[in-house]
Design a protein around this ligand. Sequence first.
Ligand code: GLA
Length: 301
Amino acid sequence: MPSDGDWWGRAPGRVNLIGEHVDYLGGVVLPAAVDRFTEVSGRPAPEWSITSDVPGGLAYVRAVGEELGVAPQAVVVTSQVPPNAGISSSAALLVAVAAGLKPDMEGKEAALACQRAEQKATGVQVGVMDQFASALGRRGGAILLDCATLEYQVVPFPDEVAIAVIDSGEHRSLAATPYNQRRREAESGDPKRRRHVDSEIARVHAFVAALRARDFARMGALLKQSHLSLRDDFEVSTPNVDAIVERAWSIDGCWGARIMGAGFGGSVLALVERPRTKSFETALGRPVLFCTTAAGAFAKP
Ligand code: GLA
C-alpha cells in the first residue's frame, strides 16, 4: 500500500463478458471486476500532480477530483493493471481516486462521476460500464447491468471458467479511434449498427441464461456470435484481432472468444477451462493474462 499520503484508494480492472458497444445506448452489459488493482494515495497540494510508472494519468486524476469537488492533490499511483491490456486501466485509476477521496460515496454515484471525468479527460463519449464494474463488481460474480436505469444483479461466475485476456498488440488511444462516430451512427439508427446493438442485447440475456445453467459451450457460442457481429455489423475489429480470435476458437479447452472493449485493435477475451490454461497459452503462442473475478472499490461485502 502506498503509505505516506493523507488518503488511500484501490480499485480493480474489468473485463466485459458480453454486451459490447451497447452501454452508451442504454443496453444491458455483463462486465466483471478482475483481480488486478490500481492503488493510489494522495495529499493536498497547490496543484494537481501525479507520480506514476504509467504516463498520461494526470488528466484523469484531475478530472475526477474536479467532478468530486475536491481541491488539488499530489497523487501517487501504483498499478498492477497493465495499460493498454484491455482491462480498463483508466477506469481502475478513476475509481481508485474516487474511492480514496470519497470512500462513503454511493457506488453508482461514484461510477457516474468517473464516467463524466473520463469523458472530460479524453473527449470520448464513453458509457458507464467500465467505471461501474470497477466500482461495484463482486468476487465470484459478473454484473448484469441495465445501463438505462443502472439497476444491476450479480450473476455467479464460476472460477472453473478462466477469464483470459489477450493483448492484440494494436493500441490506439480511444480518442484516435472512430468510437464517437460509431456511437453517433448507432444513435442515429443506422441499420447495420442497430442490428449489432439489438442482437448483442439479446445475446447478453442468452449468455446469462447459459451461465445460470452452467452451459459453458453455449456461452462460448454466444461469444463467437458477438465477435462476428462486432466484426461485420459494428465494424470495430481488425484483421490482426480476427486472426487471434479465430486461433483461440480452434484451441481445445477454449469455450469461445471475441474482441473485447472498444475495439479498433485492443484486446481479446477468451473463456478457457481452468485446468487447460497453460496448454491454451502455449497453443495460442502469445502471452495471456488469466484473471478471476474480484470485488469493486465500492462493493459492500
Ligand atoms: C469502452 C468504453 C465503454 C464501452 C466499451 C464498448 O470500453 O469505455 O463504455 O462503450 O468501450 O462496449
